[in-house]
Design a protein. Structure first.
Length: 186
């Protein structure tokens, strides 16, 4: 039953957005009574949170796997490019859901998306330290935060705005931007 409700919640979010979603619409979409829905979820926000958590968990697993493997690889520049391409692909699989998640849902510091960003930042900062960037005296945690946010925001904007720029060009330019900046730290 939980799966039906979550699937219905996702469909209603895609169709009506956050403001237009309601427990009545979600219950109708799941073909259950509102009373039955309340046995599993106390309100709309709980359902939306579960939809967001599942989406973020899938995204997290996919990007983290590629990012971690890439950081262990020999080619720094190609590692960044592989990660950027994977992010573009993962975010691009459902642009409508991405739009709802980014533009309509309340953003909290304890969300899974925020946790995912912190994990990537930490991995990147550890990688910088392991490559002796700590000797530069530069603020590695700040650098990791800025680079993760830059890549994330450009990737999201690319998927949502559909600019007349080839995906490979976006990947190449983000890779050049990140690697050039990181070279000043190493």
């Amino acid at each position: 039953m939980v799966e039906r409700i979550v699937d219905a919640g996702r469909a209603v979010l895609l169709e009506h957005g956050y403001e237009g979603a309601s427990t009545n619409r979600i219950a109708a979409r799941a073909r259950i009574s509102p009373g039955s829905l309340y046995q599993y979820f106390p309100n709309k926000d709980a359902i939306v949170a579960e939809v967001a958590d599942r989406w973020t968990t899938e995204l997290h697993a996919r990007i983290s796997r590629v990012f971690t493997t890439a950081l262990e690889g020999p080619g720094w520049s190609s590692s960044v490019r592989v990660t950027v391409l994977e992010m573009l692909d993962a975010l691009g699989e459902n642009p409508r859901l991405l739009r709802v998640m980014v533009e309509q849902l309340p953003r909290t510091s304890g969300s899974r998306l925020a946790e995912f960003e912190r994990r990537i930042e930490t991995l990147f900062a550890v990688w910088l330290r392991s490559n002796r960037a700590h000797r530069s005296g530069r603020p590695l945690d700040a650098i990791a935060w800025m680079l993760v946010r830059t890549v994330e925001n450009v990737a999201i904007a690319y998927v949502l705005e559909h600019p007349d720029i080839d995906r490979e060009v976006v990947a190449d330019e983000l890779t050049a931007m990140v690697t050039t900046y990181v070279q000043t730290v190493l």
